[in-house]
Design a protein around this ligand. Structure first.
Ligand code: FAD
Length: 380
């Protein structure tokens, strides 16, 4: 076992940290309050190579490993989880999906722009009646020979209005159930494609979440990803890697809140001493630190599995399950350590507590992660 990062990984981690402090921290409270999308920041992250980190440079990416991506997600999420989810969806769902399963033409036409950050993408699986039960797709893509006709509604789509390219999962052969599902590339502005109003959210309020409505949208056949009927497998394979990104986001939120709470506990005085000298506070910090370190090893192990070509279904699910739980518990305790100051926006930890919750819900709820883990451990 080697727990040492390479020089390159250390440099990337430092670059992400510097960027988060210099570019994401300023204005973060206002963006959260106003639900403002961080357009300028996303553009700069594209220039730094953060939007297509694992994509081959041949297609405009940075050609880095999954661990470098995870380190970046962790550092960005310590400061701004709204920005990091934009990075995560673009990298691990959209770019990964296209690079792994797209045709050469699709990579030339879409991946290059997505990986360089020129445009951003969205991944559209969830529907009003198909969340955890993703096989119950009601959106249809009817085969009309040289094109599909797309009808239906997608819910909760991250980058819903800011994306230019959407990977949409839809049912083509209803009688075949999940084996009749396809993944289609849909462009913003295609006739019949409407974007619903922005959701007013508890957390990650800087990211834009919308429903999408498709009314007889004509999609050329060449925009189907993979063979006919590959759509459900495409979604599951892509989400398995996506979970590692969200696990890293959860880890970053937890670590960010912990660092703030630790520093505060060494400054704030009560009963004639710094509150860190009260054992009740010191023990909270000890628990937080231990849990974060445990979450970190699960997240890095999942990234390592992916880089080694090992199966990462179970390690990704365990990393997301545990890191999201740690994010929730750590941020609640961070608010407690800040006392009254924890309850107001200026000290950041209340936002982190709100942001943490989503990591237990999207890209598979914690209950769904337990289904993935238990199925995997019981099959042998
Ligand atoms: C801010 C935000 C951004 C999102 N971004 C995207 C996106 O970009 N693309 C996208 O496709 N989706 C996105 N989602 C959707 C997200 O993935 C779903 O909300 C999530 O998968 C849960 O689905 P659901 O909301 O329908 O809940 P449901 O499936 O209705 O679940 C409700 C509850 O029941 C539990 N449950 C369901 N089935 C079982 C079971 N078999 N056993 C035990 N418990 C069960 C769940 O764990 C949950 O606690 C986003 C959601 C949010 C809130």
């Amino acid at each position: 076992m080697n727990f040492t990062l390479t020089e390159e990984q250390e440099m990337i981690k430092q670059a992400a940290k510097d960027f988060a402090h210099a570019e994401l921290l300023p204005g973060i409270i206002e963006r959260d309050e106003k639900q403002q999308f961080p357009s300028e920041q996303v553009k700069k992250m594209g220039e730094l190579g953060f939007m297509g980190m694992m994509v081959d440079p041949e297609y405009g990416g940075s050609g880095l490993d999954t661990l470098s991506y995870v380190l970046t997600m962790e550092e960005l999420s310590k400061i701004d989880a709204s920005s990091s989810v934009i990075v995560s969806v673009n990298n691990s769902l959209v770019c990964y999906g296209l690079e792994s399963f797209g045709s050469e033409e699709q990579k030339e036409k879409y991946l290059k722009k997505l990986a360089s950050g020129e445009i951003i993408g969205a991944f559209c699986l969830s529907e009003p009646e198909a969340g955890s039960d993703a096989t119950s797709q009601k959106t249809t893509a009817i085969d009309k020979g040289d094109h599909y006709v797309l009808n239906g509604t997608k819910n909760w789509i991250t980058n819903g209005n800011s994306a230019s390219v959407y990977l949409v999962i839809a049912q083509t052969h209803i009688e075949k159930g999940y084996k009749g599902i396809n993944a289609l590339i849909v462009e913003k502005g295609m006739p019949g494609f409407e974007i619903g109003p922005k959701e007013n959210k508890l957390g990650i309020r800087g990211s834009d979440t919308h429903s999408l409505i498709f009314n007889d949208v004509k999609i050329p056949k060449e925009n189907r990803i993979g063979e006919d009927g590959f759509g459900f497998k495409f979604a599951m394979k892509t989400l398995a890697g996506g979970r590692i990104g969200i696990a890293a986001q959860a880890l970053g939120i937890a670590a960010g809140a912990y660092e703030l709470a630790k520093n505060y506990s060494k400054e704030r005085r009560a009963f004639g001493t710094e509150i860190a000298n009260h054992q009740a506070i010191a023990f909270k910090l000890a628990d937080m630190h231990t849990q974060i370190e445990a979450a970190r090893y699960l997240v890095y192990k999942a990234a390592w599995d992916k880089d080694q070509g090992n199966n990462y279904d179970i390690s990704g699910a365990m990393a997301k399950l545990y890191a999201s739980q740690v994010a929730m518990e750590t941020t609640v305790e961070a608010v407690q350590i800040f006392g009254g100051n924890g309850f107001v926006k200026e000290y950041h930890v209340e936002r982190m507590m709100r942001d943490a919750k989503i990591t237990q819900i999207y890209e598979g709820t914690s209950e769904i992660q337990k289904i993935v883990i238990s199925r995997n451990i019981l099959k042998n």
